[in-house]
Design a binder for this molecule. Structure first.
Ligand SMILES: NC(=O)c1ccc[n+]([C@@H]2O[C@H](COP(=O)([O-])OP(=O)(O)OC[C@H]3O[C@@H](n4cnc5c(N)ncnc54)[C@H](O)[C@@H]3O)[C@@H](O)[C@H]2O)c1
Length: 442
């Protein structure tokens, strides 16, 4: 099939590459000229395990193309994916200006006799498919073109996780397709058939239910995290161990083992904004979504959960103290730092007069763009420890899990570790003579 993907960020680039990998001819469009030039010349723009190899293969075999020209890109396409940003507006609701802007552009480009499927892959509030449809129709009307038979709009939310995005896309747990058009349903079913050969379901539904499914899924996962973070707080107060509680709880099949790990809060481009947007959508529908408001509130506080522990250890005086910070990305295996708890730690520590040397395997260039020379950066995790009064861990990269403690001992000024991701076993670290503070464990 011929496919256009509009928006070549995390979702657009992964989707476009994976669709090309199954034999489709894909053109990715973006307004960012620099990004398109890089991608066209074979330089990948995001870090995502396994992506570069298939990106280069499909680029070489010309199944994957890049352009800034929307009209050219959609000319022969049967399916047009919108993988555009939906950032929170000032009131927390999803800002649809990118999605509706492209919908209007499409209204000026589409031909009345050539049927195409327009697919919302962005995470969008209930009712957006209808808005996209109206925007395309209206825009066509303005130039006297009747597009009422020229397209269907489908809601096909994306569930990939950064860090394992290629695997998630190639073998999704499920594919959700929201449409009332039989024709669009058939085209989408054919497109996704190679991705669900192992029997995972393609779930067809109406557009509104598909749109809500994505928000409900992310909000539920965020709820699990905030719930466990509150259990961890309680563990600290009552002297219980959250690792043991987690195992005890997670062995119940109704609950499941995943997403029960406490830490310094969730971040990223999805959970924070999707929880906020669902709270706002509920508000607009005159519904007070109490649980989700609490989920958000708990998460905001959790990002700085280590600060009182650090302050207490240093007797409320962080002026002139120097910290090694391991991990900047909002989670391992990505260079994405959107809403990363590490950024909140950087702000709080520097505001208190401390200095920081950070190390992250992938995310340092992105952080440099934001914080400039507010902190310094190291070439590896050990170099970050030079002259540090303590080590703080903000992201659980695998390479941090079994470090050489002899090097750590020699470099750290004090044997002190504040671990926001429960990377180490408590007993192991304490036996090594460390003052060790983590989340929800004595
Ligand atoms: N990142 C994730 O893990 C993830 C997972 C599932 C769903 N989503 C959702 O997918 C959507 C996209 O997220 P993302 O993380 O890929 O965003 P992103 O910011 O990484 O990428 C968006 C891209 O769209 C481009 N763009 C903006 N306006 C454009 C226009 N008019 N024409 C062409 N390109 C334009 C931007 O330049 C950027 O490259 C969001 O709604 C997000 O909530 C994201």
């Amino acid at each position: 099939m011929k496919i256009t993907v509009v928006g070549t960020g995390y979702v657009g680039l992964v989707s476009g590459t994976c669709f090309a990998e199954t034999g489709n001819s894909v053109t990715c469009v973006d307004i960012d000229k620099n990004k398109i030039e890089k991608l066209s010349s074979g330089a990948i723009t995001i870090y995502e395990p396994g992506l570069e190899k298939i990106f280069l293969r499909n680029l070489k075999e010309r199944r994957l193309n890049f352009t800034t020209n929307l009209a050219e890109a959609v000319k022969d396409a049967q399916i047009i994916f919108l993988a555009l940003p939906t950032p929170p507006g000032e009131d927390g609701s999803a800002d649809l200006k990118y999605v509706l802007g492209v919908a209007k552009d499409l209204g000026k480009i589409l031909q009345p006799t050539e049927y195409k499927v327009i697919v919302d892959k962005s995470t969008v509030p209930v009712g957006t498919a209808e808005k996209v449809k109206n925007a395309v129709l209206q825009s066509g009307k303005e130039i006297n073109v009747d597009l009422s038979k020229a397209f269907s709009v489908v809601s096909n939310p994306e569930f990939l996780r950064e860090g394992v995005a290629v695997d998630d896309f190639m073998k999704p747990d499920r594919v959700v397709i929201g449409t009332d058009s039989e024709k669009a349903k058939k085209i989408m079913g054919d497109l996704y058939a190679p991705f669900v050969r192992q029997g995972n379901p393609v779930i067809y539904m109406d557009e509104k239910s598909a749109e809500l499914t994505k928000y409900a899924a992310n909000s539920f996962l965020a709820t699990k995290i905030s719930f466990m973070n509150e259990i961890a707080q309680l563990c600290e107060k009552l002297g219980a161990d959250v690792d043991l509680v987690r195992k005890g709880v997670g062995s119940d099949e109704r609950i499941g083992k995943r997403f029960l790990f406490p830490g310094i809060g969730y971040g990223g481009s999805c959970f924070p904004k999707d929880v906020q947007a669902l709270v706002k959508s509920a508000e607009e529908a005159n519904y007070d979504f109490k649980i989700l408001k609490a989920v958000e509130d708990v998460n905001e506080k959790q990002k700085l959960h280590l600060m009182p522990k650090i302050e207490k250890y240093f007797k409320n005086n962080l002026q002139g103290k120097h910290f090694a910070l391991w991990g900047l990305a909002f989670k391992p295996n990505t260079d994405d730092i959107r809403e990363a708890p590490a950024l909140y730690m950087i702000d709080a520590l520097t505001a208190a007069g401390a200095t920081i040397t950070a190390y992250d395997p992938e995310a340092m260039p992105n952080v440099k763009k934001i914080v400039g020379d507010k902190i310094s950066f190291a070439n590896n995790e050990y170099e970050a420890l030079n002259n540090a009064d303590a080590l703080i861990i903000a992201t659980e990269w695998s390479e941090f899990r079994t470090p050489d403690f002899e090097i750590i001992n020699n470099k750290l000024k004090n044997k002190v570790i504040f671990d926001g991701r429960n990377v180490f076993e408590v007993k192991q670290i304490k036996d090594l003579g460390y003052h060790y503070e983590s989340i929800g464990r004595a």
